[in-house]
Design a protein around this ligand. Sequence first.
Ligand SMILES: NC(=O)c1ccc[n+]([C@@H]2O[C@H](COP(=O)([O-])OP(=O)(O)OC[C@H]3O[C@@H](n4cnc5c(N)ncnc54)[C@H](O)[C@@H]3O)[C@@H](O)[C@H]2O)c1
Ligand SMILES: [Zn+2]
Length: 367
Amino acid sequence: MQTPTSHIIVRTPVVESIAELYAASGLSRKTVLLFDENTRKIYGDGIIESMHRQGFLTRELVVPARETSKSLSSAWKLYGKMIETDVDRSWNLLAVGGGVVGDLGGFIAASYYRGIPVVQLPTTLLAMTDSSIGGKVAINHPLGKNLIGFFHLPELVLIDPAYLKSLPSREIYGGLAEVVKYGFISDRNFFDFLKGHFDDITALREEYLTEAVSRSAFIKADVVEKDFREITGLRATLNFGHTFAHGLEKMAEYRHLRHGEAVTIGMACALFLSHRLGYLPEAELTEGLGLIGRFKFPKGVIEKRFLSLDQQELFESMYSDKKKIDRQLRFVLLDRIGHAFLHGENVAKAEVLGAIDDAKRFFRQTP
Ligand SMILES: NC(=O)c1ccc[n+]([C@@H]2O[C@H](COP(=O)([O-])OP(=O)(O)OC[C@H]3O[C@@H](n4cnc5c(N)ncnc54)[C@H](O)[C@@H]3O)[C@@H](O)[C@H]2O)c1
Ligand SMILES: [Zn+2]
């Protein structure tokens, strides 16, 4: 049976062995490639040429490089192109890009001809360590992000960290937030590795980058495998920092703050909350904040998108998080670095506001 961990390949250059990997997974060499404009421009020719050399028949689809490409209207257009070029159920789809392309490609694959296989070729750090793994695929509705979609596991996730060399630094830090998150929620040893090699990773030193990427991908896959449909609360721990983050993103109109930046701030809030509620010892709080303090934000972003926000408004914005149950805010907390749990009861509003306040003080003092 297909499981989330069984099909993740981390290799450079992965595309050179794609025919072999496809064959081992029982996939046909008839592939629709989905790019965004950037991944098409930077990597498209190289990937397509390599696939042709390996005997693939290909079709090519390109969408604008923005979040609004994850829409029903853009999926609808792409279905049309696929039908017109005789793509049938014997084909599969290869999504080459960040989370936008991965989610849209997965959505199209899950629905086209009642479902064709999808292969993910993630090219952002976020996609390599998070969005390409776990089979959640979705498009946005005008009333909310990621509301329309499927669970559609990829047949293969082909991770090649060399693609990150062209990624802007802001996107590296954004993805790194999720990487650090895995250390916080499930692996103390990985946290120590990230602490020790943070600068090696942000400098994209191959050895450390590859290790960070592959350990993250396998942690996510392992969590997903143990709790695929989010029943036991384990998969929910992947939302560490995200209750705060979703409120912040909403207030930034999903435009002025990258998801990973919101998660970085959100994790600081969640660490403070874990400490305030008596779960996380002071020394671990300090250690956790030490790593968060090393993240870089573009000038003015922290000030404008966090420090200057009204506490009350942020609190209300967090309430619109779709993960709330019966209008209760659910928080993922730590009782130590390397272990998270889903807090069952309602947390007093004063404690949430207090944690936001603590985090503001922390970021004000961080150079
Ligand atoms: N399905 C899931 O489980 C899941 C999880 C987390 C996030 N997501 C989704 O992921 C999306 C965000 O993904 P993202 O952060 O990867 O953003 P993205 O896909 O928008 O990519 C960010 C930018 O980087 C560019 N880019 C991609 N690869 C590049 C490369 N190698 N070199 C240079 N530029 C490159 C893209 O063109 C884009 O401009 C959101 O829509 C979010 O909802 C999904
Ligand atoms: Zn996230």
